[in-house]
Design a protein around this ligand. Structure first.
Ligand code: AMP
Length: 305
């Protein structure tokens, strides 16, 4: 099934306790699409400025990512500068430069309009809404967001919630959006606003999937070394949506499997800067990690006490 993503295609400058990288490939749509491409073909919609090193996007094409919806605009590319201190769970944004994103109006190529699985990655919710107006009849629409947009575009975000089936956000964002300290209550609050499924990510503490009738929890993979957490959330979403699009099964059991594939992809991306690790990971690596997850959470319930 076709999978479409709209989001940022960025140049990131990142500092972690283990090193520093300047102007490397980043952005929510970039991480998402590379991660998802290990499951299925991906159509990408976004914008880059005249300063973008477009030749560095060649490996994306080789992974089957269709860049027909990537606009090349006059001006500076979107840039994000962030820092992680010893708590690798939360990024400190040092600078966000919207550049060509501030005038961007997403235009879907005609062949993208029939996409069945749609991910509105982290960008201005007004742009996320504009994409939905151009889509025919998707089977599943999911969105992501972040503190930047919760603060500056709350009204648009609330409108967006009415039109999506699923939202992914991290625990801090869920608390900020809902003003609920308790995550179960935060999820209920969001479920009342439109989405049927809420995925709350908790960094190294895993992820929860909430629906009206069930809660599923997946731990994060216990890595010995996390190098750069940037993109973990988008790579999680890419694995999750890619798996759903490939299997085209929206049962609860399959959504749970998709959460594990997403968790596996999140665990790979943090092993190196930028999308480096996602480019060389193989389907065998992914399958092995999913099997590791299965062992990690299986236990024998034993005799009733
Ligand atoms: P995450 O998966 O949550 O770690 O997202 C990391 C990516 O989000 C980085 O590559 C950034 O370029 C991108 N990003 C950061 N701030 C924004 C923003 N305000 N809008 C869109 N993308 C952003």
């Amino acid at each position: 099934m076709s999978l479409l993503v709209v989001g940022s295609v960025a140049l990131d400058s990142v500092e972690t306790p283990f090193g520093k990288a300047d102007d490397v490939l980043g952005g929510s749509a970039t991480y998402f699409s590379v991660s998802a491409s290990h499951q299925t073909a991906v159509q990408l919609v976004g914008v880059v400025g005249s300063d973008y090193p477009v030749h560095k996007l060649e490996p994306l094409k080789a992974l089957g990512i269709d860049l027909a919806g990537l606009e090349h605009a006059e001006g500076e590319s979107f840039r994000w500068r962030g820092r992680y201190r010893h708590d690798l769970n939360s990024a400190e944004t040092l600078e966000t430069r919207l550049g060509v994103f501030s005038h961007f109006r997403p235009k879907l190529p005609p062949q993208f309009r029939s996409a069945e699985y749609v991910f509105l990655a982290n960008i201005d919710p007004r742009l996320q809404l504009q994409v939905l107006e151009q889509i025919d009849k998707p089977k599943l629409v999911a969105c992501d967001t972040m503190n930047f947009w919760i603060e500056s575009r709350r009204g648009d975000l609330m409108e967006l919630l009415k039109h999506v089936d699923l939202i992914t956000l991290n625990d801090g964002e869920a608390r900020q959006l809902t003003e609920q300290a308790n995550l179960v209550q935060a999820a209920r609050w969001i479920l009342d606003k439109g989405p049927r499924t809420v995925l709350i990510k908790k960094g190294e503490h895993g992820a929860f999937m909430f629906t009206r009738d069930s809660i599923f929890y997946a731990p994060a993979y216990p890595l010995e070394a996390v190098f750069d957490p940037t993109g973990a959330g988008d790579s999680f979403a890419g694995g999750f949506m890619g798996y759903l699009a490939r299997t085209n099964d929206l049962s609860d059991a399959n959504l749970r499997r998709a959460v594990i594939v997403g968790s596996a992809m999140g665990s790979f991306v943090v092993e190196a800067f930028s999308i480096e690790r996602l480019l060389d990971v193989t389907r065998d690596d992914i399958d092995r990690r999913v099997a590791d997850f299965h062992r990690l959470v299986s236990f024998d319930q034993g005799m009733p006490t």
